[in-house]
Design a protein around this ligand. Structure first.
Ligand code: AMP
Length: 212
């Protein structure tokens, strides 16, 4: 099962990808999470990526492509994977096509106002990476799962979100056509609860895989 989530920042790609990865026992591969880890570890790649991320720009293709090639070649990805946040450009999509086959692309279709509100309320655990809405947290500073410190991503402020949305529209949205042409794009409207959206995605997957 090789799946990919497409959609603007803050559409809930990560939230849904984590759920499906748990259900199907395949890795959730988020290039954003990988880059944040590189930054945390102070690696050369992390240092290169940091300024792009904090300015709301896409990290150059060559950096991302090298990183993802290594990741999907790991043994845990041999039975399938869920890509979240990759590919984000036509060039990345073309490279991916040369590496492996995607069964389905799930495109979460959200409105700008919905996204801005959601990203401004987003909180992330510095230890386990769990993602919350501020309104869900009783203790605003602590993760309910692991008690790790909860923080606001540096790029989750309104000014940077607007830049990220504009990058998305210019560079990533063309992938909707790219995957529609290949007959593997499935649109999921960003309506209802997180559970409703998971159910809608599972219904689509049911039509692709006879049994799971
Ligand atoms: P995300 O966590 O997916 O919202 O990604 C956070 C930031 O990481 C993005 O705004 C980009 O700067 C960078 N990034 C993540 N994935 C990619 C990618 N596939 N191509 C280029 N930049 C990326």
């Amino acid at each position: 099962m090789n799946l990919m989530f497409l959609g603007p920042p803050g559409a809930g790609k990560g939230t849904q990808a984590v759920r499906l990865a748990e259900q199907f026992n395949i890795p959730h591969i988020s290039t954003g999470d990988m880059l944040r880890q590189e930054i945390k570890n102070g690696t050369e790649l992390g240092i290169k990526a940091k300024s792009y991320i904090s300015e709301g720009k896409l990290v150059p293709d060559d950096v991302i492509i090298g990183m993802i090639k290594e990741r999907i070649a790991k043994p845990d990805a041999s039975k399938g994977f869920i890509l979240d946040g990759f590919p984000r450009t036509r060039e990345q999509a073309q490279v991916l096509e040369g590496l492996t086959r995607l069964d389905a692309v799930i495109n979460i279709d959200s409105r700008d106002e919905q996204i801005i509100k959601r990203i401004c309320g987003r909180r992330v655990c510095s230890e386990c990476g769990a993602v919350y809405q501020e309104s869900q947290l009783e203790d605003k500073n602590s993760c309910p799962k692991c008690q790790g410190r909860v923080y606001i991503r540096e790029d989750d402020n309104e000014e940077t979100i607007r830049k990220r949305l504009s990058e998305y529209k210019k560079k990533t949205m063309p992938l909707i056509d790219f995957y529609t042409e290949r007959g593997i794009l499935h649109n999921i409207p960003d309506n209802g609860t997180i559970d409703d959206i998971t159910q809608n995605i599972l219904a689509v997957l049911h039509t692709i895989y006879d049994s799971y």
